[in-house]
Every structure is written in structure tokens, then in C-alpha cells.
Design a protein around this ligand. Structure first.
Ligand SMILES: [Zn+2]
Length: 485
């Protein structure tokens, strides 16, 4: 099969290189001869996208207009969509994949907590580099991360993943996670891996002050993210919500992932996970939760009424046998739903683009073939994710004025027999990625990372795995496929 490559006018250099320091120089790029699925607004069979200084200036059908000085990218054979938004991840888990392969969530967690407690900033940097690179290679332009284990004396883990995201050039929403309810206080995690409440609140406030950027076009926004009802005290849940609201940042946590969690909440809190979180002020348009698999009918309505978002992670839910979220019912009720790959220890090498297909197939397996369309799957992977993160005014669809976070999928070659390019993108194996732009800057071209050395990013993940394995062994814990099975 011939190798198809993105063609670019060589006189202008890399697409979308930003004019540095202003100086009145604008940088224009035209993507032409491309199919466009903008998610909001009509689809275009063959048209163009005009990018100006990192934002979409215009898009339309037919030939591209003359723009003096613009570089041109030939998108023949490609479908342009908004960049995908990943709403849930644990990047450090790249270093502990393939463990406890046949375990339930609680078994899997208890096999891994002590391994994770051995990580340091070097493990996090390497794992995040590989994890973020992998996301970019499957069309992700904005991702969150939920980091909730901070072993003492192991360096600045939060800074390490932020550095990796800056190197990669992805828009990043790291969530300062936390756990303060160890096993001696009725929680699931061992006491050695939890932190104290005051320590958590101080560190979280510091992370927001140091990194959160609310300005237009922001590349980095911090969220507050106590881990889950079974690893966090009521006091921390309440205080975390107050802190996030005082600082004007978003709230994230795991919720209603398994029936074991529901049983735990009923036993320890006397109510369901969603009832519990509602009592603590945790339903609202500034909150998005991971999973929301086991929602009751009234919960779906409460999520819709309050604007509470959900990160749907079908591969992880399937891997751990957690169940199938009621996504098509949630969408019908008007709830906000995004997609997430979840941490790599429970989804291994799951690519974000593939989650659109997983979501579609899971919903259809549960509710029938009309449950979720290809376009709805694309919408939750883009605009739905943007809404979870409160960024729907800037990302998630291709519209003039929005940030130029754009993916070109190669739907020629074998995929050309499928006339509908959105069907080709969602129904089958993910098509090759020709180009990924974040704010107009090239992150991936012709299936290769361009902001960092492609092969080195993969090696960084493997090195992180070997380092974590060694550090865990020093503490007497093993990283093995059987652990916890
Ligand atoms: Zn998770």
C-alpha cells in the first residue's frame, strides 16, 4: 500500500507556526480539499479550513480562498474533525499495565496501590510522556489527568506530568487528586498511600495558584479531584468542593463505577453514591465524574438537571467487568457526556479514537442499533468532552473563532469504500491520523509525533515501567499479570 503523506507548501515551513512576540505578523494556514465534520454546523463534502494565529478564521465548501502569505495543506483523502477531548485518565498507570488482568475494580486496586506508592517524579514523567504521546497519536488534542497518589519524598509528581504535557504540546487539564481515608478509617486503600486532609488542601491550593490559567486559549487548567467515595473522607469531599469553588476551578472524582462501590456506600454512608455526593454539594455544572455506570433513573435526571458531566470510559468498564453506562438514556435526558480512556492499567493501550467505537457498540449491544449514531459518538468524543471541562466555547467543534484544535483522519485507501467518512472514522478500526493541530501547531503529522522524538516517547514509557517495577520490588511488591487475579 502506498504511503500517503500530507502535502504542504514548502515555502512556509511547518503549519501554523505562531508569530512570536506579536510584531503584527499573523500566521495563516489553509487546509484545503478536505471533508469536514465540524460536529456543530453542517458537514462539508469537500472544503477548506482557514486558520489564523491559532484559531479558526473560517471554514466552508469548495476551493479555499486566496489568503496572501498563507501556507497550504492539501487534505485530499482526509476527514477533518475537532480534536478529541479525553475526560479521564491516570497517566502514571502507563508504568503498570497488564497487571491483575482478571480482577474486579476493588481487587485490581488493592493489588496496585502499593506498587503505585513506589513511583517517583521520574516514573511519572516517563509514563506521562508515553501516555500523552499515545493520546495525540489517536487524535486527542485536550486531555485531563487525575493524579491521586503522592508518596512522600519522591519529587514533584504533579509538576512532572505538566512538564510532559508542555513538551508534547497538548492542552492539559490535570486534576490534583487525593485520598485521605485509608483502610483503618473504613476506606479501601492501605494507610501508607493516603495523605492528611490539611496537607491535601494546601497542596491542591498551591497547584491551582502555580499552574491554573483561566485565560482565553488556555493550555493548562487545574481541577480539584478527591479520588472516590471509598477512598476519601466526607470532610475532604466537602472541603475540596469549597476550595474549588473559591478558586473558580472545576471538580472531578470517580463515581458509581461498580456495584461494589454502591454496596460500600450503602453500608458506610447509608445511601447510594449519587445521593451521597448530592448531599455534599457535588452535583453541578462545575463537576464532571468518571464512569457513572450504575446510575438509577433519578440519578440520570439529576445529572441532566444540574449539568453534572460524566466521563464515559467503555474500555476500562469492560476490562474490569464494571458494567455498561446508560449513555444513550443520559443523552436523551440532556445530560453532559464525554469520553475517556481511563488509566492505562485498566485500559492498557486503548486509543481515545477507539472509545467512540466502543461507546457505540456497547450502547447498541445494550439498547439496540438506534442507541447511538456515529455522529453522536463523535460528538461525545469532542463537544461532550469540551462541555465536561467547561471549554465548549473554545474547543469541541470546528467553528470560526474557536481554537484550531483539528485532526485530519486519512479516510482514503482501504477506508475509501465507505462513502460516509464519519462512519469510516467510528465504525471500524481507527483510520490513520494524518495531522493533529493544537492551537494551529503541529503535534502529529503522518502518524508520527512532531513535538517530541516519536520513538523516544515510547521508550520513556517502557523505562518508566522498568523503573517502577524496580522501585516496587525494593518495597517488596511485584508488578505481575497475576497479581490480584
Ligand atoms: Zn479512573
Amino acid at each position: 500500500m502506498p504511503v500517503h503523506r500530507i502535502r504542504e507548501d514548502p515555502r512556509r515551513g511547518p503549519a501554523g507556526r505562531r508569530a512570536k512576540g506579536g510584531g503584527g505578523v499573523s500566521v495563516s494556514t489553509l487546509i484545503e480539499n478536505v471533508s469536514i465534520a465540524p460536529v456543530r454546523g453542517p458537514e462539508i463534502g469537500r472544503g477548506y479550513i482557514h486558520i489564523e494565529d491559532g484559531r479558526i478564521a473560517a471554514l466552508g465548501a469548495g476551493p479555499a480562498p486566496e489568503v496572501p502569505g498563507a501556507s497550504r495543506i492539501d487534505g485530499t483523502g482526509c476527514l477533518a474533525t475537532p480534536g478529541l477531548v479525553n475526560t479521564h485518565h491516570h497517566l502514571y498507570q502507563w508504568a503498570s499495565q497488564g497487571v491483575a488482568q482478571d480482577a474486579t475494580l476493588f481487587e485490581w486496586l488493592t493489588s496496585l496501590y502499593q506498587v503505585w506508592a513506589a513511583m517517583d517524579a521520574e516514573v511519572v514523567k516517563g509514563a506521562a510522556t508515553a501516555g500523552l504521546g499515545w493520546l495525540a497519536l489517536s487524535g486527542c488534542t485536550t486531555t485531563t489527568d487525575h493524579h491521586y497518589i503522592f508518596p512522600k519524598g519522591r519529587g514533584d509528581l504533579f509538576a512532572a506530568e505538566i512538564e510532559a504535557a508542555r513538551d508534547l504540546g497538548l492542552r492539559f487539564h490535570p486534576c490534583r487528586g487525593s485520598m485521605d481515608r485509608g483502610v483503618s478509617h473504613g476506606g479501601l486503600p492501605p494507610d501508607e498511600v493516603v495523605e492528611g486532609l490539611e496537607e491535601i488542601l494546601d497542596a491542591t491550593a498551591e497547584a491551582i495558584d502555580a499552574y491554573h490559567d483561566p485565560s482565553p486559549g488556555s493550555m493548562l487548567q487545574v481541577a480539584v479531584a478527591p479520588c472516590s467515595p471509598f477512598s476519601v473522607s466526607t470532610g475532604l469531599m466537602t472541603e475540596a468542593a469549597a476550595l474549588a469553588r473559591a478558586k473558580g476551578v472545576r471538580l472531578h472524582t470517580h463515581l458509581s463505577e461498580t456495584l461494589d462501590e454502591e454496596e460500600h456506600c450503602l453500608k458506610q454512608m447509608g445511601c447510594t453514591p449519587v445521593d451521597y455526593m448530592e448531599k455534599l454539594g457535588w452535583l453541578g455544572s462545575d463537576v464532571w465524574v468518571a464512569h457513572a455506570v450504575h446510575l438509577h433513573d433519578r440519578d440520570i435526571q439529576r445529572f441532566a438537571d444540574t449539568g453534572t458531566g460524566s466521563a464515559h470510559c467503555p474500555s476500562s468498564n469492560g476490562r474490569l467487568g464494571a458494567g455498561i453506562a446508560r449513555v444513550s438514556e443520559m443523552l436523551r435526558a440532556g445530560a453532559v457526556v464525554g469520553l475517556g480512556v481511563d488509566g492505562s492499567a485498566s485500559s492498557e493501550l486503548t486509543p481515545l479514537a477507539g472509545e467512540m467505537r466502543q461507546a457505540l457498540l456497547f450502547q447498541r449491544a445494550r439498547y439496540g442499533p438506534a442507541a447511538l449514531t456515529a455522529r453522536q459518538a463523535l460528538e461525545i468524543g469532542t463537544l461532550g468532552g469540551a462541555r465536561c471541562l467547561g471549554r465548549e466555547d473554545e474547543i469541541g467543534s470546528l467553528e470560526p473563532g474557536k481554537l484550531a484544535d483539528i485532526v485530519l483522519w486519512r479516510v482514503d485507501g482501504f477506508a475509501a469504500a465507505v462513502e460516509d467518512p464519519v462512519c469510516a472514522l467510528v465504525f471500524g478500526a481507527t483510520p490513520p491520523v494524518a495531522l493533529v493541530l493544537v492551537g494551529g501547531e503541529t503535534v502529529v503529522r503522518d502518524g508520527e509525533l512532531r513535538t517530541v522524538a516519536h520513538d523516544a516517547a515510547g521508550r520513556a514509557g517502557a523505562d518508566a515501567h522498568h523503573r517502577l517495577t524496580r522501585l516496587a520490588a525494593d518495597r517488596g511488591f511485584t508488578v505481575s499479570p497475576e497479581a490480584g487475579a
